[in-house]
Write a protein that binds this ligand. Structure first.
Ligand code: ADP
Length: 274
């Protein structure tokens, strides 16, 4: 047996050890956060740098052959695409700080989810085509009325569509569908692309999450899109969920949004008294 003094010393030592362990864990967490930030900065620099080389080449070509030269229109269009890409990246970055500070304001209106679907498809069609991914649209007969910010919700849907295009090899297929389930509107964007490993499923909505940096590299990306999607849906009282049977098995993103109260029960109705 130990005497009281010995017990006290042992308790003090054990306390010191657990304090040291806690400190070590904290330092490790900080290092990890630091590493993620470094990695993000490297990706960011890379993503911003990539479109600059073709723009510089384009400028050189125009300088040599003149703005009326044989390839001028093609070169200008190429440069336009690259500039658009940079603008999108920078917009995404600006959104990050808005996500973090919670300063996203919604301009709410009564909307039909089917119209938002149409607009998002229109905005994404070219990108889907360019990636060789075909799209099936399952558009319900009945209106799906919700209260929300049209710009933000189109952004959400277009984001999911462009991910489907990005993470599905050429020749692949995507499907967008909407339906009413009880008092909610449900929207799914599915693809038969690269899929998501089970251990990554819970993390794809984290800021700067990227499952495999080699997969989407051709298109680039900063791991901001889905974090923004989740944030925007939460602001609308909605949710988003990712499903996948694993690598190579495709992915499904399921969005739920509350229907506007008049439409929540009883299916399609006339919008009386407005
Ligand atoms: P980014 O596409 O810029 O990397 P996102 O936030 O849009 O960022 O997506 C985060 C990660 O989730 C992606 O890097 C990718 O690994 C994974 N992901 C997103 N959508 C899909 C999809 N449709 N199929 C497979 N993986 C996806």
């Amino acid at each position: 047996a130990f005497n009281d003094d010995e017990i006290e010393v042992m308790q003090a030592v054990s306390q010191l050890v657990s304090m040291a362990m806690a400190r070590l864990r904290m330092e490790q967490a900080l290092l990890e956060a630091d590493r993620r930030k470094d990695e993000f900065l490297a990706t960011l620099a890379h993503e911003l740098r990539n479109p600059l080389a073709p723009i510089r080449t384009g400028l050189l070509v125009l300088k040599r052959t003149g703005a009326q030269g044989p390839n001028a229109v093609r070169v200008q269009e190429m440069m336009e695409r690259q500039v658009d890409h940079i603008v999108r990246l920078v917009d995404d970055l600006l959104e990050v700080s808005r996500i973090r500070s919670g300063k996203i304001e919604l301009k709410r209106e009564r909307l039909d989810l089917r119209d938002l679907m149409d607009q998002a498809i229109e905005a994404s069609q070219q990108f889907l085509d360019a990636n060789g991914v075909s799209l099936t649209v399952v558009r319900p007969e009945e209106p799906l009325m919700i209260d929300g910010d049209p710009v933000r919700l189109v952004q959400v849907i277009a984001n999911l569509l462009s991910n489907a295009a990005k993470y599905t090899p050429s020749g692949g297929h995507a499907e967008i569908a909407a339906r009413r389930v009880g008092s909610q509107a449900e929207l799914t964007v599915a693809d038969n692309g690269v899929g998501i490993p089970p251990d990554m499923l819970p993390h794809v909505f984290d800021l700067f999450a990227q499952v495999d940096r080699t997969l989407g590299r051709a298109q680039g990306g900063l791991g901001i899109g889905l974090a923004l999607v989740r944030k925007l849906l939460r602001l609308h009282g909605g949710q988003v969920e990712a499903r996948s049977d694993g690598p190579g098995k495709g992915s499904v993103f399921l969005v739920r949004l509350p229907l506007a109260s008049a439409f929540a029960q009883g299916g399609p109705q006339r919008e009386g008294g407005r």
